[in-house]
Design a protein around this ligand. Sequence first.
Ligand SMILES: NC(=O)c1ccc[n+]([C@@H]2O[C@H](COP(=O)([O-])OP(=O)(O)OC[C@H]3O[C@@H](n4cnc5c(N)ncnc54)[C@H](O)[C@@H]3O)[C@@H](O)[C@H]2O)c1
Ligand SMILES: [Zn+2]
Ligand SMILES: [Zn+2]
Length: 374
Amino acid sequence: MTPTRVYVRGAVLDAVGEPVVVRALELIRPRAAEVRVRMLASGVCHSDLHVRDGEWDRPTPIVMGHEGAGIVEAVGPGVDSPRIGDLVALSWLIPCGTCRSCRRGHVWACPDSPSYRHALLDGEIPFRTAHTGQPIRAYCAIGTMAEAVVVPAVAAIPVPPGTDPAVAALIGCCVTTGVGAVLKTAAVQAGASVAVIGLGGVGLSCVMGAVVAGASRIVAVDRVASKLDAATWVGATDTLLAEGDAASTVRALRDLTDGGPDFVFEAIGRPDTVELAIAALPLGGTAVLVGLTPLGARASFEAYPFVDGSRRILGSNYGFAVPAIDFPQYAAWTLDGRLPVGRLIDRRLGLDDVEEAFAAMRRGEYTRQVIDFG
Ligand SMILES: NC(=O)c1ccc[n+]([C@@H]2O[C@H](COP(=O)([O-])OP(=O)(O)OC[C@H]3O[C@@H](n4cnc5c(N)ncnc54)[C@H](O)[C@@H]3O)[C@@H](O)[C@H]2O)c1
Ligand SMILES: [Zn+2]
Ligand SMILES: [Zn+2]
């Protein structure tokens, strides 16, 4: 017998700037083209912290989390894929399927995604508080910081059996974002020199992507020394502690890369490090902006040498991902050792520890924290 109601615990942000609290929630049953996923792991990404701290404008109340994996435990009528029992990584960008970007296959640039309404495809909101029945949205329409979620079937991408669920969770955001920024957005060529500024889950994934691309030098930059060790473990050839002013970091980057890195990836989301990334470029160099700033933030650069030197700036959302193709590929690369994603995970916590995880992230501690539902 299928239970008529499913109750779960979920980490809810009642209002931006307030602490996340774990609440008992009622979850709707999967309808046509929807599935229910029993969560196994949810990574804690800085994009969750941007929302928590009110740097972005998002509707509340909302179940947090957008980097997760679990097992499909129920499917709605007519759903052929995924199947019950599949291990799936969840995509935080669900394409509308009809806009100009989607028609071109550029699903990462879909502006009409239900993910931006934090609701299911028809606007239905998947969670209710168990006691009052108040609707609670799901961040990016997946809200991975709950024991189970109901998502569109297209958002639940099967990954090979044997993939560590925590690794599969990270494929849902930071791995796809960072590896894809290098391999897809920038299409870094073998032999190119690369710098990565900011070494959280996203920046370290840029480092791993640069290794796969065959970059000749990979300079990893952070203001926290322990992050430099983590970068070395995943393949950086050189590290740089950003402790002085921007000009000295730029000089050091140029010294390490014969006049400046061919590609600089900014994986923090601060105007000053965006400007640093652009300032470090050699002639013909490319800055790839992956970090997301608070809304309204601006960065500037001197235009003449930028044009005269044929430099480029690229924005990269979700690593230009086509999740149904890229998630299984990245998962296969974790299984054959090409992407050592497991090394990013240096802290596992429970659902009640989300605020503690955010506090550690603000302090620059840990490379990737994962909520373990097991
Ligand atoms: N473009 C996308 O699609 C996408 C997807 C996911 C995340 N993001 C964004 O990427 C950024 C990084 O996410 P994360 O989860 O890896 O964050 P994180 O907080 O885990 O890592 C950020 C790193 O930057 C370092 N840092 C901070 N200020 C610095 C400075 N001034 N100089 C040098 N290093 C500094 C920190 O020590 C930390 O290691 C966030 O802005 C996030 O919102 C973008
Ligand atoms: Zn993320
Ligand atoms: Zn679209």
